[in-house]
Write a protein that binds this ligand. Sequence first.
Ligand code: MG
Length: 392
Amino acid sequence: MRIYAYDQASDKGADSQFAWQKREQLLLAPYATFSKESRGRRFPEELHPYRSPFQRDRDRILHSAAFRRLSGKMQVFTGDMGDYHRTRLTHTNEVASLARTVGRYLRLNEDLTEALALLHDIGHPPFGHCGEDALDECLADFGGFSHNRFALDLVEQIEQRWTAAPGLNLTEEVISGQIGRTDKSRDSLRLPPILEAQVVDAADSIAYDAHDVDDALQVGLISFQQLYKLAIVRRAMEVSDGSVRRPNNERQLLVHTLIDLQIDDFVRHCQSQLADVQELDSQSIRDIGLYLNMSAELESEKRELESFLFENVYRHPRLVEIRLRAATRLKQLFHLLVAYPERLPIRFQEIAARQGVEKAIGQYLAGMTDRFCNETYVSLVELGRSHGEDWA
Ligand code: MG
């Protein structure tokens, strides 16, 4: 077996810093979140010689089972509606890409930004928000269900690594960033999230607004004629006026320009927001209550696009029908497993013993991909009924 020896001393200069610490010192703005100031992990670990703590978090998330399962979870459209549209995984990758672009440009911690982006949707149950609503209803007497809270259950308890510690043992900064997503209320008592988390939030919204337009046009739920009534779309068409047009590339051009103009507006506006507080550190930026945002004009045009998508895409009868079927399946699976908890996999029976059967069932169902949920429904519910089971 070949052994790769690593000489830590060669990576540390006279000032005893790792290369990644020096790199951050050189490249990041004072208001960024520095790895060397990390509040650490719940189960303390040695620092890695050539990966910063946030790089390791990113890698742990990327290598987790829950992250891989995002490939089988719907974003807006289900697998049987074609193979063009986004899945929860490709959406996550788009968010990470946009967030890293913005984070790098604003001289924030790009590794932390990427870790937060890869984590942001990891707690989504099968069938998107309708799956979430169904589980929330089933668990109403047991604390309810939220995909943002489930993301924390996954990375703090459910995920299994090669180490003895439960979950992924992520840094406090990544965990706090996710906790910030569980309650978005901006009351005056709450500090804003760190800037890296705010950038991920903005990238999430920019990505889904643009790609939902793309996917809905491609699937045929909306038309260009409808879109042209929206100010942000007219603005995008003006911006892209000088672009080379090919037949049938109107959709791609629109989506590209929608992303481009929103990112451009966001980074420029952020720069002006940060101009007078350049020298503050990450915590002081939170203390003064700074929320990064787009210009008011684009923000309001974006809201118009979002209400359009809400009315014409998310509530489209084709999607409502799929959602209803999915919600019914999840609820029936939930009630069947309450009646027959011994049908849970052993791991979740153990969770049931510690946290209660309903919570364990919620976690089991929430971890499923859309396909696995459908298959489990057929094997448990439909087969059970054909054998005369009556549990509902
Ligand atoms: Mg998202």
